[in-house]
Design a protein around this ligand. Structure first.
Ligand code: SF4
Length: 326
């Protein structure tokens, strides 16, 4: 299957400056990430808050400039031309990239201007990208696709429930017929009953439109339900990456094991002994030496604080960064 987006040793660092603009250090939000997102699949990125998930997505989208490494668009995303490095795109190329990749953020109220009618919110991307012809009809069609009534075009965001607002955000993200959607915690702000409706809607849309998803969440139950392949991030690096089922049935990295052990399950056979991690995620501005996870790792050894373990293939398609995993 062809790939849509591939990153090679992608890094996004932010300088920490004092009042006079002198550089005091670096926040390594994304640090040497290699991922491949294949066409029509859902690629999950999971990790605690501050691990770099959103910065990775923003860098793929060209909203953050990478410090080093590259993001390569596959031929599907480059209008049939050869693979393209997004660092080499000009303004027009970046504009086209944003047409091809839609984004859905966590907070639908924050994403929708409360002073605009739904019709204007959904038509806005079409106006910006000069696709005004038939846009009112398209807006109605989009509302139907996300399970809302075309009459809702003439209402304001505050007249909807949280779930309906997220449906409007999804309709807006689909306005330009993107090939890929970045879903950044799309259900975290919603009630549990509404969450499942939105997740099912996303699955239906993917099937109908052949979309590729990058699904970012801290909720492993949601990731398991939605994703084909999953990358686990810790302090800007990927510590484990594999097929979703493999990752959940046999997590290899101690951090992934702790995350998976916290998933609640009604099936007693599926329950694991809960691994409680000590302490908080360290600051990415001052990560621990060696393996960044060593201060919290329940099985850390002396040399874990000396050497950073590279991501290695342990078995076919399953990569882990821990030198104790054989
Ligand atoms: Fe734990 Fe050491 Fe493996 Fe890091 S390298 S995850 S500290 S055992």
């Amino acid at each position: 299957m062809s790939f849509m987006v591939k990153t090679k040793l992608l890094a996004t660092h932010f300088p920490i400056q004092d009042f006079f603009g002198r550089e005091l250090g670096l926040v390594k939000a994304v640090d040497g990430v290699n991922i491949t997102i294949t066409e029509g699949s859902t690629f999950g990125i999971v990790g605690e808050s501050g691990c770099g998930k959103t910065t990775l997505a923003r860098t793929i989208l060209g909203l953050e400039k990478s410090t080093s490494g590259s993001t390569i668009l596959g031929s599907e995303m480059s209008e049939g031309t050869e693979e393209t490095n997004i660092e080499e795109l000009d303004r027009a190329g970046l504009r086209e990239l944003r047409r091809m990749i839609g984004v859905v953020f966590q907070d639908p109220m924050g994403a929708l201007n409360p002073r605009m009618l739904v019709k204007d919110l959904i038509c806005e991307p079409m106006v910006i990208h000069n696709q005004k012809e038939g846009m009112r009809e398209r807006a109605k069609e989009l509302l139907k696709m996300v399970g809302l009534n075309p009459d809702h075009l003439y209402r304001y965001p505050h007249q909807f429930s949280g779930g309906q607002r997220q449906r409007i955000v999804i309709a807006r993200a689909l306005a330009l017929e993107p090939k890929m959607l970045i879903l950044d915690e799309p259900t975290s702000a919603l009630d549990v009953s509404v969450q499942s409706q939105i997740l099912n809607l996303l699955k239906d849309l993917q099937k109908k439109m052949g979309l590729t998803y990058v699904f970012i969440s801290h909720d492993l139950s949601v990731i398991r339900h939605m994703c084909d392949r999953v990358a686990v991030m810790y302090l800007g690096k990927i510590v484990e990456e594999s097929e979703a089922e493999t990752l959940f049935s046999n997590p290899l990295h101690p951090y992934t094991q702790a995350l998976v052990s916290a998933i609640p399950s009604l099936d007693p056979k599926m329950r694991r002994e809960r691994i409680v991690l000590e302490g908080d995620v360290p600051s990415p501005a001052d990560p621990p030496s060696g393996c960044h996870f060593h201060p919290r790792c329940p099985i850390a050894e002396a040399n874990c604080s000396q050497v950073y373990p590279d991501l290695r293939e342990i078995k076919k398609g399953c990569h882990t960064a821990c030198h104790l995993v054989k």
